[in-house]
Design a protein around this ligand. Structure first.
Ligand code: AMP
Ligand code: MG
Length: 344
C-alpha cells in the first residue's frame, strides 16, 4: 500500500484536513498529531477499520484504544452517564492530555474491538487543532493508539513513525514534533476518588488542585504480573529500545553521576542519557534529554529511538524525581529499562 503524506504546519489548512478525513470516512488509517504523541486513527464505529489498527501495530487485542472526540455531544453518544467528578475534570482539563474512563452506553456505537471487550471506554478531547478538525470533518469519534509498533517507543516525529508505519497506513499527517511528548494521563473515578492508571502531562497535583482525592494505581511504579489490571496496557512491554537499558537515580545529583561513571568503566561501550546540565560530567558518550522535566518529556521517545541507531552495548539513563510530570517520565523510563532500576 502506498502511504499518502500530508504536511500541515501551524497554520491549519482545512482543505488538507478534509482530504485526510476522507480516509477516515472510508474506514482507512490516518496517522495524525495530538498534543501528546502522534496517533494511528480510524473511525471508532467501524469494526473493520479498527481491527486494522491492531494489525498495523501488532497490538494485543485485549489492550483497549482511546477514543478521541471533538465535542461533548459526541461523548454523550458513547458513554452511559457523566458523573460529577468526571464533569469537573472535563471542565478543567478538556481539551487536553487527560483520558477519562467511562461506562459504555448500552447501545454500543463504538466497536467492541476498540474497548478490548471491556464495559468501559477511555475517551479524550485532544488539545490540537489538527486533531480536533480531523474528528470534526470525519464526523466520527476516532480511535487512536500511539503511532508505533507495539512495544516500541511512541512516535513523536514523522521520521521515526515513517520507519515503522510507512506502507501500513493510508495517510500520514506531518505537523512537526509533538508538544508534550508523553501520552495522556489516564484516570478512572471510583467512589469519588480519581485513580491515575497511567501518569502523563496532567499531574496528580493538577487534579488535586480541584479539591479532589487522587491516588496512583500501584502498577505505575511496579512490574505488573497478574492478568487483572485496571489499565490493560500497563502489563505489556513498552517503550523499549533494542539495547539493554538501566535507570540510575539519586536525589543527590553527584552520587548519581558517580554511580553512572563507575558503571561506564565497568561495562565499556556505554551510552548515557542525561540532563543537559550534566553532559560534561560523564566519561562516556552522552545524549542530552533537555534541562527541564517538560523538555525531557518532549524528547524522551525520540532519544530512546536514537540510541538504537548508535554504537553502544548498554544504555544508562539518569532517573528523575517522581513529582509532577516526573512521574510520567519515570513510568516510561522504568518500562523502557524493563524494571532495571538502581536508586542510591
Ligand atoms: P495507547 O493507545 O498506546 O496510548 O494506550 C492506551 C492506554 O489507555 C492503554 O494503557 C490502555 O490500557 C488504556 N485504556 C484505554 N481504554 C481503557 C479502558 N476502557 N479501561 C482502562 N484502560 C484503558
Ligand atoms: Mg502506546
Amino acid at each position: 500500500m502506498e502511504t499518502k503524506y500530508i504536511n500541515i504546519d501551524k497554520d491549519i489548512d482545512i482543505e488538507k484536513i478534509k482530504e485526510a478525513s476522507e480516509y477516515i470516512k472510508q474506514g482507512k488509517l490516518v496517522v495524525f498529531p495530538t498534543e501528546t504523541v502522534y496517533g494511528i486513527g480510524a473511525d471508532a464505529t467501524n469494526e473493520y477499520a479498527v481491527k486494522r489498527i491492531f494489525e498495523a501495530k501488532g497490538r494485543k487485542s485485549d489492550n483497549p484504544l482511546i477514543v478521541h472526540i471533538s465535542n461533548i455531544d459526541m461523548l454523550r453518544t458513547i458513554v452511559s452517564d457523566i458523573g460529577k467528578v468526571e464533569q469537573n475534570l472535563i471542565e478543567k482539563f478538556w481539551p487536553g492530555p487527560l483520558t477519562i474512563i467511562f461506562n459504555r452506553k448500552d447501545e454500543k456505537i463504538i466497536s467492541n474491538i476498540v474497548t478490548g471487550g471491556l464495559d468501559t471506554v477511555g475517551v479524550r478531547m485532544p488539545n490540537n487543532i489538527i486533531a480536533l478538525n480531523l474528528i470534526k470533518e470525519s464526523n466520527k469519534p476516532i480511535a487512536a493508539p500511539s503511532a508505533n509498533i507495539s512495544g516500541r517507543p511512541s512516535g513523536t516525529i514523522i521520521s521515526d513513525i515513517k520507519n515503522e508505519l510507512d506502507g501500513k497506513v493510508e495517510c500520514i499527517i506531518d505537523s512537526g514534533a509533538t508538544e508534550v511528548g508523553v501520552e495522556s494521563t489516564v484516570v478512572r473515578v471510583i467512589n469519588g476518588i480519581v485513580n491515575i492508571l497511567r501518569p502523563g502531562k496532567i499531574t496528580k497535583e493538577d487534579i488535586e488542585s480541584l479539591g479532589l482525592e487522587v491516588q496512583f494505581d500501584k502498577h505505575i511504579f511496579e512490574k505488573v504480573s497478574e492478568e487483572k489490571v485496571m489499565s490493560p496496557g500497563m502489563k505489556y512491554r513498552h517503550y523499549a529500545p533494542n539495547k539493554r537499558c538501566i535507570m540510575i537515580y539519586s536525589e543527590d545529583d553527584n552520587k548519581m553521576i558517580e554511580k553512572i561513571n563507575e558503571m561506564c568503566m565497568e561495562y565499556k561501550n556505554v551510552i548515557v542519557l542525561c540532563n543537559s546540565k550534566n553532559k560534561e560530567k560523564y566519561l562516556c558518550n552522552t545524549i542530552e534529554l533537555g534541562y527541564t522535566l517538560d523538555e525531557i518529556a518532549q524528547n524522551i521517545f525520540r532519544v530512546l529511538r536514537q540510541v538504537d541507531r548508535m554504537n553502544g552495548d548498554i544504555v544508562l539513563i539518569e532517573g528523575v524525581k517522581k513529582a509532577g510530570i516526573g512521574v510520567a517520565i519515570f513510568n516510561r523510563l522504568i518500562r523502557a529499562c524493563e524494571y532495571n532500576y538502581i536508586e542510591i
